[in-house]
Ligand binder design. Structure first.
Ligand code: ATP
Ligand code: MG
Length: 250
């Protein structure tokens, strides 16, 4: 799929983009992204002409005030939402041209999401939540279970396998959500304020998991204000009013 796409760009304007992606080893190239929300006559420019290049193994931190557009940007980059205009290339594939069904499969194998409010499936146990993406990816049931158990042990919840989300603390739910994000071993991790609303000890545990991911060669983009996570960054992006206002390479 990748070869085919690289050899046959859909229009001539794509050629320099694909060349740059190849040359700089870009895992994500978001180009002139615009996302407006219209409520009646009022238009919110949540993401206002953002271009972002992310290289393999970058650890990008996005900071900015509430309402800046951080969540919207992460959702666009991850293909959970479509921009009004602009393009996103992930692992050399133009995801903004994909149909929902193939995009869902692409997301499953390429991107792990960690949300601020965990988003676990309330009727599934911790183990089943972690198995869920593996199940969608068609992994054998026995392998799903083995990997889920091993991931739950790794995040210190080996003894909470049978717990439903409401039987877990907030920090435990977030850890299960991290195990779920890692289920299919995706190369890209997107996280939206993953340590917000958590106590100090749990936050520290979760930060260590991000350190592991960083050492595990993942490409990571996180919206956060957590100083320790910011210390892990290779790039810090200040985001305001839907735009990148400053970018620091660390
Ligand atoms: N579904 C929606 N419909 C209408 N407006 C929206 C929608 N989602 C977000 N917005 C608006 O878009 C802007 C950006 O929102 P977003 O959630 O991306 O900000 P954020 O930087 O993640 O904020 P926070 O730090 O509070 O999480 C806000 O002004 C918000 O009100
Ligand atoms: Mg947000």
């Amino acid at each position: 799929m990748e070869r085919e796409f690289l050899e046959e760009p859909k229009d001539l304007e794509e050629i320099p983009v694909l060349e740059e992606i190849k040359e700089k080893n870009l895992v994500i190239f978001a180009q002139n992204l615009i996302k407006d929300y219209e409520i009646g006559d009022f238009v919110v420019k949540a993401v206002n002409d953002v271009t972002l290049r992310v290289k393999e193994r970058d650890f990008v931190v996005i900071t900015g005030p509430s309402g800046a557009g951080k969540t919207t940007l992460l959702n666009l980059i991850g293909g959970l939402d479509f921009p009004n205009s602009g393009a996103i290339y992930t692992n050399k594939v133009k995801i903004t041209d994909m149909q929902e069904e193939s995009l869902a499969l692409f997301r499953l194998m390429n991107t792990g999401f960690i949300f601020q409010n965990y988003n676990l499936i309330s009727t599934l146990t911790a183990e089943e939540n972690v198995m869920f993406p593996m199940n969608l990816a068609g992994m054998l049931l026995k392998e799903q279970r083995e990997r889920a158990v091993s991931l739950l042990r790794k995040i210190g919840l080996g003894d909470r396998r049978e717990h439903l989300p409401f039987q877990l603390s907030a920090g435990e739910q977030q850890r299960v959500a991290i195990a779920r994000a890692l289920a299919n071993n995706p190369p890209i991790i997107l996280a939206d304020e993953p340590t917000a609303n958590l106590d100090k000890v749990t936050s520290e545990f979760i930060r260590d998991l991000f350190l592991d991911m960083k050492n595990g060669e993942k490409t990571i983009i996180i919206a956060t204000h957590d100083d320790y996570l910011i210390q892990l960054a290779t790039r810090i992006i200040s985001f305001e009013d839907g735009q990148i206002i400053e970018e620091k390479i660390v």
